[in-house]
Design a protein around this ligand. Structure first.
Ligand code: 13P
Length: 256
């Protein structure tokens, strides 16, 4: 595990490329070098803002990383509306979110498709951020462990042990996303520990130590510190609270 935490802002389908410029500039103004020493800060805007942010990051030497929210597994071809991993890598994208619960629920994402995307992302030298998480009814039926480990095992199929250690996993309980109701830190840590054990079982203890595990679901400036201090939580995947520069800066500076 890395001492630096990884904080990814998933903007979802929000902010035009013009609005994105305002947000990244304000955010940069609010953070200082010591913040970037302690946290790797990644912005995952819609596709339409990636090139804009990449240009700004490069021109002003901003220490932000860039993430994408989706990817197709084929390299190129007749796939109207899709974007390939190679195209993202050319934009200096370092992280690609895969298997987000919104895509699983609304766009027919299966573990098999998640696995194809994971392999395409790794092949281009980027890091997949594999999202797993149970719904409220699955939790209430005692199915959390089964759901998250099945999703993770499916995502990591047909990878080498080394590749399994390179993946980032995000535990995002579906009932906590956009609801203002986050998982309590102890529970989140237990699930993250289980996910780490799953990687160890599939790829050995080294990969289990190496894999980064994030928590996501209603992370905000008030709850982030309690989550980040936990042994098995290496960072956060932040939705709504990443859209406002003041709020996101407060999340990034959670130790203050
Ligand atoms: P919220 O932080 O808005 O709950 O969203 C979490 C999420 O889905 C991040 O990917």
């Amino acid at each position: 595990m890395d001492a630096k935490s990884l904080i990814i802002g998933n903007w979802k389908m929000n902010l035009s490329h013009l609005e994105a410029i305002v947000v990244i500039q304000k955010l940069w103004y609010r953070l200082d070098t010591s913040d970037f020493d302690r946290a790797e800060v990644v912005l995952a805007p819609p596709f339409t803002a990636l090139r804009t942010l990449q240009t700004l990051i490069m021109a002003d030497r901003m220490p932000f990383g860039l993430g994408a929210q989706h990817v197709h597994w084929e390299r190129e071809g007749a796939f109207t509306g899709e974007v390939s991993a190679r195209m993202l890598a050319k934009l200096d994208v370092g992280y690609v979110i895969v298997g987000h619960s919104e895509r699983r629920a609304m766009f027919g994402e299966t573990d098999e498709l998640v696995n194809k995307r994971v392999r395409a992302v790794l092949a281009e030298g980027m890091t997949p951020v594999v999202c797993v998480g149970e719904t409220l009814s699955e939790r209430e039926a005692g199915g959390t462990e089964r759901v998250v480990t099945t999703q993770l095992r499916g995502a990591l199929r047909r990878l080498t042990a080394e590749q399994r250690g390179q993946v980032t996993v995000a535990y995002e309980p579906v009932w906590a996303i956009g609801t203002g109701r986050h998982a309590d830190a102890g529970t989140a840590n237990e699930v993250c520990s289980l996910l780490r054990d799953t990687v160890s079982a599939m790829a050995g203890p080294r990969a289990g130590e190496q894999v980064r595990i994030l928590y996501g679901g209603s992370v905000n400036p008030g709850n982030v510190a309690s989550l980040m201090v936990k042994r098995h939580i290496d960072g956060a995947l932040v939705g709504g609270a990443s859209l406002d520069p003041d709020t996101f800066a407060a999340v990034v500076r959670y130790w203050l």
